[in-house]
Ligand binder design. Sequence first.
Ligand code: 9MR
Ligand code: 9MR
Length: 593
Amino acid sequence: MKRSKYRTIVKKLFSLVITLNLFAVNAQVKPGGIQLNQEGFYPNAGKLAVVTKKATGDAFYLLSANLKDTVYTGSLGSPLQSKNSSTITRIADFSSFKKAGKYVIAVPGVGNSFPFKINKNIHNAAGVAVLKGYYFQRVSMPLEQAYAGKWSRPAGHNDTAVLIHASAASAERPTGTVISTPGGWYDAGDYNKYIVNSGITMGTLLSAYEDFPQYFDRLNTNIPESKNDVPDLLDEVIYNLRWMLSMQDPYDGGVYNKCTNADFDGMVMPGITKAPRYAVQKGTAATLDFAAVTAQSSRVLQKFNSQFPGLADSCFAAATKAWEWAQVNPAMPYNQNMINQKYLPKINTGGYGDNKFDDEIFWAACELFATTKDQRYLATIQKGITAPVRIPSWANVHLLGLYTLFRTSQSLPTELLPLIDDARNRFIKFADELASGMEDNAFKTVMGKSKNDFNWGSNSSASNQGIVLVNAYQFTKNKKYIDAALTNLDYILGRNATGYCFVTGIGSRPTMHPHHRQSVADGIEQPVPGLLAGGPNPGKQDGCKYEFSEPETTYADEDCSYASNEIAINWNAPLVYLANAIEALQYLVGYSK
Ligand code: 9MR
Ligand code: 9MR
């Protein structure tokens, strides 16, 4: 062989070795076999990492972030078979290590974890980010650089000339009537605005404020209104509230289901397409959700009457009118297939079609009663209060009504108290069931004790379970509940079978490719921050390619995947509550000093 040829072969081999080596390094950096809350831990709270690859021994090490010092050595727990996938885990529990700092977990045979912190206020960043996420969803105003940074953009849809769709026509507002319904938040990765989904979102955010007012009074998210003397959470909520108010038909009090395109926009920036926008059919669920939100807003905003003269009163009037409409129209479902057989254009955007109204009327009655103490809402409350406790979702808002009764019970008439006490006892039982049996879960989280936890928007269930547990803590002061709530925050921020932190812009391995049109279209590598991905959903309704298909691993960080990786306002809201409630309680429960 000629010398020069020999040299090229050696060179080629050499570069191959380098390439292979790079692959090996990449493979190590990529998924990792150590899943933990990527933000970190409070000094005196539980601290678990979950090892999902085979360790060569039993020991694990807590290292300083520069990898120079071993500050703690522990033993891995025995192997646990997950019930929700083929994953086998071993638990690294370093709860007894309490010193603030930045660390890494090392497991021989597996590798190192991402660096994380132990510190007080450890979830402040996540709590602020997920609230700020709503600002990025604002529809009709420019997002300025001072608040939006590199994600600044012009206003999206102005929605000042929205057409009454044939399905929504009335004598006063015939088909094609132009109405103005600007503002509000985009629902999700799409550019439409849905009253039903705004309902649970607003109820959850307003509840966060009612439950932790002093905390939220001080929480700054750097939005255009931050300098006024109203908490940022309420400024944000009011942006969407004003839109909601414009969705009520002033002639009869009924509320349109949505303000929407006929078809979903392509993956473009908001406001680029000029397709007509429609106000579509009034409905019972939308109108009752609206009544609940406006009644609750009216109660909360009474305190801010000088900043928003008349707003609380307008909300109250709107709530009453909506309630009255629903008395006359107690069962008007939103059935998109049916209206598409009758009217043009066909509407193919999200349905949020709910046809069970017991929970909506109960919630509306609770909010109206808590705000007014008017006896006419009592019978509906007495009838609905005995329904079983369930994790809230856009289609089931019963628990939102219960929360409000619990929260305001001291000001309610004594005749209701036995019923409220009974409901509270059933609620605590429900929380007990959530908080028990975690030992059998391979990730030691409340989330995933049942396969049924994994569905479209599963991360919102994890967060809503957390809210149940926070409330159980508030009622009983039993620390086991808040500890359990924290396991679900750990889950969302990385202690899960996918190894992702599901909040954009948070943690070391966050969701990078959400089904979120702006994030896809803006040409910026990082997605819009502070948005919670839907999470594992074995339904795969989007037909995308998934690397894994078991209940807790069916998650694709691909923008194609609207069934596992879209973002939505009703998913962010319970995380706003959970992350900030835990931040608010950290000193009281002894996590931080
Ligand atoms: O982008 C849409 C998303 O917001 C919805 O949640 C989802 C389900 O309704 O639908 C998405 O739109 C898809 C449509 O349903 C089918 N064609 C592809 C669209 C986006 O990729
Ligand atoms: O969150 C909704 C989920 O429960 C439904 O199964 C799904 C299909 O109807 O729709 C989800 O809501 C989407 C809405 O229809 C349109 N905007 C995006 C929402 C989140 O994917």
